[in-house]
Design a binder for this molecule. Structure first.
Ligand code: AMP
Ligand code: MG
Length: 487
């Protein structure tokens, strides 16, 4: 088994991480290998399926060229600062260069305790591992930047949560695992040298164009801010709620990372929260853009000394970038909303039209994904209006009239518009009740529903016969109102 490791993070000073190997487990058994991803990374997927592959993916055997380590980071969790978090149950094996020329981290998650584990056992149960597998791969299939799942293996060991559960390890692939919290780790220690090194590393790895800027650290802040604006707009466009947008869960590379109690909203409401630990609704659906901006302020604070030697000047420059986030986000969101509504041109009033559709869904308690998809496939108005109750039907009718008037002004052929709408309005998303069903079965030893769901979500925009159940919101009694991080 050959992995062409080319490790750059391990070249950074020793205080960036703790070097250690994963902790071996009793009986590794492959649950799932992502062959398409392996191929894209230039990794032999068939070799991963072997006993040797299972041992590597379970952390029993360290592959040649790996330089295993647990990364150090800090972070604001629900607004409170923890100066020391770090990989408490993950090991970075190393980096490989994908066929696309991009450098990727290969990380094992659930691979045993590290110096950063605090009270945790360093392990993961099969449910949360497969949950991250399903949701991250669904996000990737929808074209949303995300870490990926290369493999899931059972450990043959039990982990203790509320009950004893079968343990598993996820192999996660990311452009990097550097977080806002990684910068905070060094800023909290007033380690200017480390901040410099980290900034240079991140610029050369993720934002090379910033290297030539007059102020590279400021250009980095701008670039991270732009990627976050685009990412959050994409989350919002599919009803995704991350659930734990702590600064340690915000990737510097702009990928969705750390799938814990995340969820997709069924019925539209901006205040929607699923996470069992989010009592105040800090990370509610509608708060996500504001939280991203708050997190970027935390990043900006770390970068200030690198932006300008004069603190006042540094603050003024950073503040401009932070303020600009709102416009970047709004533009990114509006562009996606136009596409979702089938609008090819930008016109005044588009935002109001989008807001009107959201308000209609909110007043009705309509399913977010199914409503957009219904608009994308609308043939006759009556069928569409059937989705609304007496109290909102007139409102729905008025919306349709306004939408049609707006479309008429563009003169795009209907078939072309509908095809375009179907490419941006998913029919299948990882709905909570479907995910729960798959995880429950897998925990009991049946991977069938997990495989089926993965297959459905692999082509989220292509409606296929026989899959109606996966396109619908939960029936009464099926609704999952709370999600858990399972750690
Ligand atoms: P998360 O909620 O997954 O973003 O994790 C927050 C912090 O808790 C990170 O430092 C994790 O490494 C750590 N952590 C979460 N679960 C465990 C676990 N089972 N054992 C050790 N550390 C953990
Ligand atoms: Mg985390």
């Amino acid at each position: 088994m050959q992995l062409a490791f080319d490790n750059s993070y391990a070249r950074l000073p020793e205080r960036f991480y703790a070097r250690l190997a994963p902790t071996p487990v009793a009986a590794p058994r492959i649950l799932k290998i992502n062959h398409a991803l392996a191929e894209a990374l230039g990794i032999d997927g068939a070799a991963l399926e072997t006993a040797e592959g299972a041992e590597i993916l379970a952390g029993v055997r360290v592959p040649e060229g790996a330089e295993p380590l647990a990364m150090a980071y800090a972070g604001h969790q629900f607004g409170g600062f923890s100066p020391q978090l770090g990989d408490g149950r993950a090991i970075l094996l190393g980096e490989v260069i994908g066929r696309d020329g991009i450098r990727y981290d290969i990380q094992l998650k659930g691979s045993g305790p590290t110096p950063f584990s605090r009270m945790g056992d360093g392990r993961a149960a099969i449910g949360p591992v497969l949950r991250e597998y399903i949701v991250s791969e669904a996000m990737a299939a929808m074209g949303i930047p995300t870490t990926r799942a290369l493999a899931a293996v059972a450990t043959g060991e039990a982990v203790r949560r509320e009950t004893l559960l079968p343990g598993a390890v996820l192999t996660r692939v990311a452009q990097s695992h550097i977080r806002v919290g990684t910068f905070q780790f060094f800023a909290a220690r007033r380690d200017g040298e480390a901040l410099h090194l980290l900034t240079d590393h991140v610029i050369s790895r993720h934002y090379p164009q910033a290297a030539g800027a007059e102020r590279p650290a400021l250009a980095l802040l701008e670039a991270v801010s732009a990627r976050q604006a685009s990412l959050i707009a994409q989350w919002m466009s599919v009803g995704f709620i991350h659930g734990v947008m702590n600064t340690d869960n915000m990737s510097i590379a702009g990928e969705t990372i750390d799938y814990g109690p995340c969820a997709f909203m069924d019925r539209y409401h901006p205040g929607t929260v699923f996470s069992s630990i989010d009592h105040g609704g800090r990370y509610a659906y509608g708060n996500q853009p504001r939280v991203a901006q708050w997190n970027l302020v935390r990043l900006a604070e770390c970068l200030l000394p690198l932006i300008d030697a004069d603190p006042d000047r540094a603050v003024a420059l950073a503040q401009e970038v932070i303020d600009h986030f709102s416009a970047l986000y709004r533009d990114a969101w509006l562009e996606i909303m136009r596409a979702k509504l089938g609008l090819a041109e930008a016109q005044d009033g588009d935002e109001a039209l989008a807001v009107r559709f959201l308000k209609l869904m909110e007043d009705e308690g309509a399913d977010f994904t199914a409503s957009f998809r219904a608009l994308a496939t609308l043939e006759d108005d009556d069928a569409f209006l059937q989705r609304f109750s007496d109290s909102t039907r007139a409102q729905a009718q008025e919306f349709l009239a306004a939408w049609r008037a707006r479309l008429a002004g563009e003169g795009r052929p209907e078939a072309e518009r509908q095809a375009a709408m179907r490419r941006v309005n998913p029919v299948y998303i990882p709905r909570n009740h479907l995910v729960e069903e798959a995880l429950e079965a897998a925990t009991a030893g049946d991977l069938g529903p997990f495989e089926t769901l993965l297959g459905v979500l692999a082509a989220p925009f292509d409606e296929r016969s026989g899959l109606q159940r996966f396109a619908e919101g939960p029936k009464p009694g099926e609704e999952v109102l709370q999600t858990f991080c399972g750690t």
